[in-house]
Design a binder for this molecule. Structure first.
Ligand SMILES: [Fe+2]
Ligand SMILES: [Fe+2]
Length: 219
């Protein structure tokens, strides 16, 4: 099940609606970076057979997502965006521990968290789009990214004590929420726009139906 310590509010999708082109460009970049992350893990841990097997499958899926998001861009006459450093991903990477075993755990958990946030937000997009191929596409992707989140958590627990992994995941989830809370609301997949304290957002997203939501929901 999906784990996040803070949920996205209505302001985020309002920003996406105002600038759907920027959202698509950033989404394409996210898929490309997910592919690169999977192959970087293959390069850094070639002797971890289960990890390598999973990352090859994941990379194939992320490439397919990238191709399909680019097709949406092309249909609108929008080019891919110039590569930009992600404040969100950089903030998460700063939390990586240095010792080799702990570093692998953290790399897998950071990837799991990025997948979880992507799943939540692509699910919000799917829920708010009109019926049609784009809605179907985002619904499919939200389910897929939920599975990727679970795969990364499972892999982390393959190579480290599962209880330690759960504790570390909760710590990193708190960092993730703090990073997002410090960012301005934007149409980017990992831009600011967390739920405000007094905001009621129905918990009926694709993400929750696909994988469940909530910090204590397990994985
Ligand atoms: Fe993806
Ligand atoms: Fe993914």
């Amino acid at each position: 099940m999906l784990r996040l310590s803070a949920h996205t509010g209505s302001a985020w999708f309002a920003a996406v609606e105002r600038d759907f082109g920027t959202f698509l460009q950033d989404h394409a970049a996210c898929e490309r970076k997910a592919l690169a992350t999977a192959m970087a893990l293959v390069a850094h841990y070639p002797d971890r057979v289960e990890l390598v097997d999973a990352m090859i499958v994941l990379a194939t899926e992320e490439l397919d997502h990238f191709v399909r998001v680019r097709e949406l861009l092309c249909a609108r006459g929008i080019p891919l965006a110039v590569d930009k450093k992600s404040v969100y991903a950089a903030g998460l990477r700063r939390q990586l521990r240095v010792l080799s075993g702990a570093r692998l755990t953290d790399r897998l958990l950071v990837a799991a968290i990025i997948e979880a946030r992507s799943c939540e937000r692509l699910g919000i997009v799917a829920r708010n789009l009109s019926d049609g191929p784009e809605r179907d596409f985002y619904r499919e992707l939200a389910v897929c990214e939920a599975r990727h989140h679970a795969d990364f958590v499972r892999l982390a627990k393959t190579y480290a004590d599962p209880d330690d992994v759960d504790v570390r995941l909760d710590e990193l989830l708190e960092f993730e929420a703090a990073i997002l809370a410090a960012q301005p609301v934007s149409a980017h997949v990992h831009g600011g726009g967390l739920q405000l304290n007094d905001e009621v957002v129905p918990d009926s997203s694709i993400a929750s139906s696909a994988a469940g939501t909530g910090r204590h929901g397990g994985d």
